[in-house]
Design a protein around this ligand. Structure first.
Ligand code: NAD
Ligand code: UDP
Length: 354
């Protein structure tokens, strides 16, 4: 009788449960959870931890798989006792067996000094990581989103970059472990889509910044802010005329969630980023002005294969996701400066994450 009561309760909660169900619906019934269970790989990192906050706020259950290579527990410590959050220390180059409804695959070091630290592991993370996560999605028949990158365009000869541009990537340079790893991951995503009819979403992410970036990961926004706050020299590589277009983290998370919600036939690749372009020298000057720092600019050699210009064409994202960034660089920099100020002052970083 107990079992009968449980079945009736399930039928009431989940009217479809009496019928032939997909594995996904079954799993939800088993969990008594109307919301989705979502896997975020790389969830202890900058973007992943913000994505997890957003998904939890929407009522979902979240499993984070991260090997803590560049991510940190600090980014997730405010979720320590959250009833719908679970952390698994896991390297995506090894298979993972879980039951989830959606996968966001973000695991990969993103800053040049980190991905060049162990380039073979970087390629493995992108390629073996994609194979393992696609294999999981295939077994579960669930949608999977890939955090790809503007680096697939290399040093672009088409400007601004459109999704149809195939790129200009050096296959044997110091950035290749990252660029070619991400390109191969895109290939795998599209082959799983064609061969196994998997629902895929490929996001080509352009430079994104904000609270919870690693203070020492060498990316330009965090470097300049930390240097400025410490009144240390601002390390400008090359003559600073190279350009980037900077998107604030919150805007990017909105785009991730909107992309995952698109109909199954929309696969991307889709550019996500803020199309307002700045030279790196302009960025240095802005950071000095906004922090009121005494720092001076110090010129350093340009690293190998550093792209000279980068700006996303986001017409596709506007049309398919109804999305465009809302946070201007000055506004986002102010919030990011406040975060690093609190961190350098020894305050709990999670208190100042927005
Ligand atoms: P991040 O370094 O803060 O986060 C990456 C996370 O992946 C970290 O928590 C790290 O520990 C984890 N990770 C690395 N290797 C792993 C492995 N083998 N197994 C499991 N976990 C692993 O970087 P981010 O800026 O948050 O980037 C997130 C994703 O977005 C990355 O895939 C990156 O390539 C992509 N992306 C970011 C940007 C950007 O500007 N922030 C631009 C383009 C693409
Ligand atoms: N850069 C710089 N000083 C720094 C760090 C980076 O001038 O201390 C430059 C770097 O050479 C590149 C740009 O800033 O031209 C963006 O670098 P980042 O590593 O943030 O991202 P990516 O090159 O991957 O776009």
């Amino acid at each position: 009788e107990g079992a009968g009561f449980a079945a009736a309760a399930i039928a009431e909660l989940h009217p479809q449960s009496g019928r032939e169900q997909s594995g996904r619906e079954n799993r939800r019934v088993r969990n008594y959870e109307p919301n989705k269970r979502v896997l975020v790989t790389g969830g202890a990192g900058f973007l992943g931890s913000h994505l997890i906050d957003r998904l939890l706020a929407q009522g979902h259950e979240v499993v984070c798989a991260d090997n803590l290579f560049t991510g940190t527990r600090r980014n997730l410590e405010h979720l320590h006792l959250h009833p719908r959050f679970e952390f698994i220390r896991h390297d995506v180059t090894f298979p993972l067996y879980l039951e989830v409804d959606q996968i966001y695959n973000l695991a990969c070091p993103a800053s040049p000094i980190h991905y060049q630290h162990d380039p073979v592991q970087t390629t493995k993370t992108s390629v073996h990581g994609a194979i393992n996560m696609l294999g999981l999605a295939k077994r579960l028949r669930c949608p999977i989103l890939q955090a790809s990158t503007s680096e697939v365009y290399g040093d672009p000869s088409v400007h601004p970059q459109v999704e149809s541009y195939w790129g200009n990537v050096n296959p044997i340079g110091v950035r290749s472990c990252y660029d070619e790893g991400k390109r191969c991951a895109e290939t795998l995503f599209f082959d799983y889509h064609r061969q196994h009819k998997l629902s895929i979403k490929v996001a080509r992410i352009f430079n994104t910044y904000g609270p919870r970036m690693h203070p020492n990961d060498g990316r330009v926004v965090s470097n300049f802010i930390v240097q400025a706050l410490n009144d240390e020299p601002i390390t400008l590589y090359g003559d600073g005329s190279q350009t980037r277009s900077f998107c604030y983290g919150d805007d990017m998370i909105t785009a991730f969630v909107a992309l995952m919600a698109t109909p199954p036939e929309f696969t991307g690749p889709v550019n996500l980023g803020n199309p307002t372009e700045f030279s790196i020298r302009q960025l240095a000057e802005k950071v000095i002005a906004l922090t009121g720092s005494k720092s001076r600019i110090e010129y350093r050699p340009l690293p190998g294969d550093d792209p000279t210009q980068r700006q996303p064409d986001i017409a596709l994202a506007r049309a398919k996701l109804g999305w465009a960034p809302t946070v201007a660089l000055d506004e986002g920099l102010k919030k990011t400066i406040a975060y690093f100020e609190a961190m350098l002052a020894g305050a709990a970083p999670s208190a100042a994450t927005k």
